[in-house]
Design a protein around this ligand. Structure first.
Ligand code: BG6
Length: 518
């Protein structure tokens, strides 16, 4: 049995170490996720959670913070009484200077006691909700402090940003790999934990009628939109160095693209799936020269605008953002996957802050029936669409053409929707729940392998390099609009247009849906 398979079977019995336990990610996502897993029995009986941060706190103070975070952010409300007390009893807090090996040695003593008390067989999961420049130090000190000497497995879970470009990502990776093997490193891209992103595989590979059409002979283009209404909020300092390219495109957008474009893996094994994804990333046509970047990529920055009738500030007025910043808050591009399946099919991707709606959708636009036959001679037909709604609505719809009831042969588009998030009684797990659970079981399918990450950086680095030359192509768009006009021209040049991300806004389409009208 491979190590990987072995790990998948040992689903329970671990200590979960949360580094950065007083931070925002822990409060909003990690504690609520752990509580949901506990409520669903997915942590098993033998587990303990240790919160780690520098500031001193008692276990009691820490548990009360955790309770608050669960009350505010968890899809399960904490039951008072026994169930909560049992959970809280597994939580402890340990004040730690992560730069200091002595602190790790003390942590090792505390951990041994916890493992004895809860009969945990030495399995340890280290979740670093920390700035990436600390990953190397923490890894080394974990090893030097004896934290990796226990009998069970050891896994490192880390968050983006993983580097700033390919060379810095490689350096970071080397630091980590001095201590952990690749199969022990779980790099989170929370988009891979989303229900509908995982559903892409099922839609594609469990339905007989999509796969035969899933290629450049039948698909005209693919559009991936990740739109947000928020600005950069209080993250100006981080965002100004990162921009949409590094914050969203290098990771979430490319991950969604690979799920749409990958070949069916021969087995549903984590490595087989990730092998197929890497092949897609390596097949994406690179940018050879700055000119090509300007032709195929659009960058924008939000200026003052309005949302729901209220004025909103421009990006340069945000806290911690320099008044002359050239950082992009909007990105759109025409990408090509140069392999047999996708030759000639444009993949349009766009993402931005301060857009009119929050919505992540993937639209697969099929080629039209030949335009000189039958019905298309009488009436302009709309193409068939398959739309995967990722966020915040979850579901899919298919747009077809059908006869409008009546005496004449009028054709009308009909959208048939399965709205998953509208179903009564559905309480979908959060991305972080799935990912922590998968990491605890050793299933790395929905984590980013180093070669995927490297390929993604190699693709985006030439874009950043072209942008550094000058900022002439940076276009400003009023907050609350769909970004620079150039993003529309990108599709118009090929005879296409962006489909509205909230398809129900389209006129003249009959909706058959299980969603409730507003
Ligand atoms: C994060 C980015 O990775 O994803 C944020 O750093 C962004 O800038 C967020 O807001 C979007 O995630 P979601 O799940 O709300 O679409």
């Amino acid at each position: 049995m491979s190590d990987q398979n072995h790990n998948i079977r040992s689903a329970e019995g671990a200590v979960y170490f949360i580094f950065g336990a007083t931070g925002d990610l822990a409060r909003r996502k990690l504690f609520p996720a752990l509580y949901s897993l506990y409520r669903e029995g997915k942590l098993g009986q033998r587990f303990a959670i240790v919160g780690l941060a520098r500031r001193p706190r008692t276990d009691e103070q820490f548990r009360s913070d955790v309770l608050e975070s669960i009350r505010e952010f968890c899809r399960y409300k904490p039951e008072e009484g026994e169930a909560w007390r049992t959970f809280a009893d597994r939580f402890s807090y340990h004040s730690l200077d992560i730069g200091n090996v002595e602190g790790m040695k003390q942590l090792q003593q505390t951990t041994l006691e916890l493992e004895k008390r809860f009969e945990i067989p030495g399995n340890r999961l280290f979740y670093l909700a920390l700035a990436p420049d600390l990953f190397g130090t923490v890894s080394r000190n974990l090893r030097d402090g004896g934290m990796l000497d226990s009998d069970g497995w050891h896994r490192l879970v880390i968050e983006k940003p993983f580097g700033y470009d390919y060379p810095s990502a490689e350096r970071l990776n080397e630091e980590i790999r001095h201590v952990f093997r690749e199969d022990e490193v779980f790099r989170i891209d929370h988009y891979l934990g989303k229900e509908m992103v995982q559903n892409i595989e099922v839609i594609r590979f469990a339905n007989a009628f999509f796969e035969p059409l899933w290629n450049g002979r039948h698909i005209a283009n693919v559009q991936i939109t990740l739109a947000e209404t928020v600005g950069v909020e209080e993250r100006g300092a981080y965002y100004n160095k990162s921009g949409a390219l590094r914050d969203m495109v290098q990771n979430h957008m490319l991950q969604m693209l690979t799920m749409i474009a990958m070949e069916p893996p021969s087995r549903l094994d984590p490595e087989d799936i990730r092998d197929e994804k890497v092949k897609v990333l390596r097949s994406i046509r690179g940018f050879q020269a700055p000119d090509e970047v300007r032709r195929r990529v659009v960058r924008g920055q939000y200026a003052e605008g309005s949302a729901r009738g209220k004025p909103i500030p421009g990006y340069r007025q945000e806290e911690s953002v320099p008044g002359d910043s050239a950082t992009e808050t909007f990105f759109a591009a025409r990408l090509f996957v140069d392999n047999f399946r996708w030759a000639g099919v444009p993949f349009y991707v766009r993402t931005g802050k301060r857009l009119p709606v929050k919505s992540t959708e993937i639209v697969v636009e099929f080629k039209n029936v030949p335009n000189n036959v039958l019905f298309s001679r009488r009436q302009e037909l709309q193409p068939n669409l398959l739309v995967i709604r990722v966020n915040p609505m979850e579901g899919i719809y298919i747009k077809i053409n059908a006869k409008k009831p009546g005496n004449d042969m009028t054709i009308q588009p009909v959208a048939m929707e399965f709205c998953q998030s509208c179903q009564v009684g559905i309480n979908t797990p959060e991305a972080y729940e799935r990912l922590i659970h998968d990491a605890g079981r050793g299933d790395s399918t929905y984590f980013t392998r180093w070669d995927e990450l490297a390929a993604a950086w190699q693709l985006v680095d030439p874009i950043a390099a072209a942008w550094r030359e000058n900022a002439d192509d940076l276009a400003f768009y009023p907050g609350g609009t769909w970004g620079p006009d150039r993003a529309d021209e990108l599709l118009a040049e090929d005879g296409f247009h962006w489909w509205p991300v909230n398809g129900q806004e389209e006129d003249n389409v009959i909706w058959v849906t299980n969603s409730k009208p507003e």
